[in-house]
Design a protein around this ligand. Structure first.
Ligand code: DOR
Ligand code: ZN
Length: 350
């Protein structure tokens, strides 16, 4: 039995670090497990301009432990007023690695996102020209569309038209949750990839709704039925270069989750690597773990894999993770996978 694995230091290709006290509480957690992360721009107000991104970058750096080498890879929040020249400058300075498209109303702090996709055509053209990837929250933001169908319909109605009018634009379909999404990404040879979260590999919609409402499993896109979860696991553990980890670790304090209208998001940064090792072992795919966490992402983003390594060590006893973290904004519940975790991440500096 394999009980110690050495893998390249992982990266998180979709992470919410927030701001202020929450940023200070959680940035060190991601920095302990990941070398780099694509940082989501859905702050209030959002990170729209290169100047916003530069200032947010400085705040993240200030929240990291002294001597940390963690690299925040910044993104810009696409609005209908985004300026192609500003985006180009941000990309060419090396600060910004992607632009994020939120359909307006699709998720947390997406109100400033895009309603009319024709209005961002010029931005897409420029991004294709300069080779800057577009990260997409792939859900139709229409309250008349069933929440469980929003991803599949987005792919047909929005993603396919964007791709066919911008064949050179490199796109990440983020936090894919359906077999439709997996099949769509697999049908495209290059220029399209998908991130998968840790929690969608572990939960289906029963976890949220059967036997009582469990708000800490509520996230967007919402977890789907079991057959979709199995398709996500097959893709994640396949080694296919088009699929890689984006945790979408999205902290909200408990008072914002355990309420009549709770926020979407699972906080997984703390135990993600342990959960993933468990999932990959169950799928007899531990040899593919590094492809998913450490190699396929840099391949898509045209970056080098990290030179540092991490050990995943299997313990005889379950590893104890705190069920919650105290922050000065309130208590933050850590994602509970619902099974004991035996794998422990041991980062190793080279
Ligand atoms: O569950 C989610 N939480 N999905 C998102 O798309 C946004 C995120 C957040 O920012 O809380
Ligand atoms: Zn997200």
């Amino acid at each position: 039995m394999t009980d110690k694995l050495e893998i390249r230091m992982p990266d998180d290709w979709h992470l919410h670090l927030r701001d202020g006290a929450m940023l200070n509480a959680i940035a060190p957690i991601s920095a302990a497990h990941f070398a780099r992360a694509i940082i989501m721009p859905n702050l209030v107000p959002p990170v729209v301009t290169s100047d916003d991104a530069h200032q947010y970058y400085q705040r993240i750096q200030a929240a990291l432990p002294r001597g940390s080498t963690f690299q925040p890879l910044m993104t810009l929040y696409l609005t209908e007023e985004s300026d192609p020249d500003d985006i180009t400058a941000a990309a060419q300075s090396g600060l910004v690695k992607a632009v994020k498209l939120y359909p307006a109303g699709a998720t947390t702090n997406s109100q400033s996102g895009v309603r009319d996709f024709d209005k961002v055509r010029g931005v897409f053209e420029r991004m294709a020209e300069i080779g800057l990837p577009l990260c997409i929250h792939g859900e139709i933001a229409d309250n008349t569309t069933d929440i469980f169908d929003r991803e599949a319909i987005f792919i047909d109605k929005v993603l396919e038209p964007i791709r066919s009018s911008n064949p050179q634009l490199r796109i990440v379909l983020e936090h894919v949750t359906t077999s439709n999404g997996i099949e769509y990404v697999k049908s495209v040879e290059s220029g399209l990839a998908a991130t998968l979260t840790t929690h969608h590999l572990v939960i289906n919609r029963n976890h949220i709704l059967a036997g009582g409402i469990r708000p800490h499993y509520y996230c967007l896109p919402i977890a789907k039925r079991e057959s979709h979860r199995l398709a996500l696991r097959a893709a994640a553990t396949s080694g296919d270069k088009r699929f890689f980890l984006g945790t979408d670790s999205a902290p909200h304090v408990d008072t914002a989750k355990e309420t009549a209208c709770g926020c979407a998001g699972c906080f997984t940064a703390l135990n993600t690597m342990s959960i993933l090792a468990h999932v990959f072992e169950e799928e007899r795919a531990l040899d593919k773990l590094a492809s998913f966490t450490s190699l396929n992402g840099p391949h898509f983003y045209q970056l080098q894999p990290n030179s540092s390594h991490m050990f995943m060590v299997k313990q005889n006893q379950p590893v104890e993770f705190p069920p919650c973290i105290q922050t000065s904004e309130g208590t933050l519940t850590v994602f509970d996978p619902g099974f004991p975790l035996f794998w422990q991440a041991e980062p190793m500096q080279n």
